[in-house]
Design a protein around this ligand. Structure first.
Ligand SMILES: [Zn+2]
Ligand SMILES: [Zn+2]
Length: 320
């Protein structure tokens, strides 16, 4: 079986076809498809769902990926941060993966998606609150394009900045809702019960490089310019964390997915949980994701009602 799995033939092609029609597949969804494809190739030796093992799946995907590299595509897998299921998706591997959305979305819609991403990973992703999601209200507010484009050319004359402004048009609320609905249908985003939009596994696989290139900044030459890290990987599985837990020491960079944290601390001896990096006590009281938006997550310093304060006030308040 391993021999058959490693040389590319029409069975791989048929399996790849399934990825073109379904944007994301779980192992349970892959099994019957791969079984059917293998059985069709060798009818005398039918492959049952139970015969579809993890090595068969990976050798099949590996053979397909060898063919796909030249066209900048790859089947990747990741674990869903919320339910731990492994999911597979056919992704574009070019760094600016947003460009491929151009086949589905208009330039104004893509500019809107960028505003939503900026809100997720900059506005709603501060030192104190790594929410990494936007509320549906924020998503609606972002339909309106900013009056001054941040993309206007450096040193450009007035004409070019006017052009840049004119280049991005606002969407109507209805149009923005349609974009979000399409992204949801294509498994790019999740919407929570509390009406937060966040990136789904497909987007995290596809935008991995883009997100790091866009929102992380390397350190400057002198000490005054430390690196800015807004997108962090889990210290256990090395995948991006947008839903998880963080070290109780806000200066510390350690982030875990919930399941990775459980796994890690289970293997630690004793009752005292300590951070693997800063060795501080791990209280498990600071979150990444929607839970970070809930005021209950931090020990507030004063008696002020915390639910109406802005992000700036939070920052000031917290800098002790
Ligand atoms: Zn992890
Ligand atoms: Zn730490």
């Amino acid at each position: 079986m391993s021999e058959e799995g490693s040389s590319y033939d029409w069975a791989h092609k048929a399996f790849l076809q399934a990825f073109l029609s379904k944007s994301v597949m779980t192992v349970d969804e892959i099994k019957p498809i791969l079984a059917a494809v293998m059985s069709a190739r060798d009818p005398n030796r039918p492959t049952l769902e139970g015969d579809v093992t993890a090595p068969l799946i990976s050798s099949t995907i590996q053979a397909i990926n060898e063919r796909l590299t030249s066209v900048d595509y790859e089947i990747r897998s990741t674990k869903d941060q919320t339910n731990k299921h492994t999911v597979y998706a056919l992704v574009n591997t070019t760094s600016d993966s947003l460009t491929q959305l151009a086949t589905t979305f208009t330039p104004d819609a893509i500019a809107y998606i960028k505003r939503v991403l900026d809100c997720m990973f900059e506005t709603n992703n501060t030192r104190n609150r790594e929410v990494m999601a936007v509320t549906s209200i924020q998503a609606s507010q972002l339909a309106k394009a900013p009056t001054r484009s941040r993309q206007s050319q450096v040193g450009g004359d007035e004409d070019s900045s006017i052009q840049a402004e004119a280049a991005v048009k606002s969407l109507t609320i209805a149009e923005s809702e349609k974009v979000l609905a399409d992204l949801f249908d294509q498994d790019f985003i999740y919407k929570s019960r509390a009406n937060y939009y966040s990136l789904a596994p497909r987007a995290l696989m596809e935008l991995r490089t883009y997100l790091k290139e866009t929102y992380n900044e390397p350190a400057g030459d002198d000490e005054d310019e430390p690196a800015i890290v807004r997108i962090r990987d889990c210290d256990i599985c090395r995948e991006i964390v947008t839903v998880g837990v963080r070290c109780s020491n806000r200066e510390c960079n350690v982030r875990f997915h919930d399941s990775c944290a459980t796994q890690y601390f289970r293997s630690q001896r004793g009752n005292q949980r300590t951070c693997p990096k800063c060795k501080g006590e791990w209280l498990g009281d600071l979150f990444v994701g929607e839970r970070a938006a809930n005021k209950g997550q931090r020990r507030t310093t004063g008696g002020r009602s915390s639910n109406v304060r802005s992000e700036e006030e939070e920052e000031e308040d917290e800098d002790e």
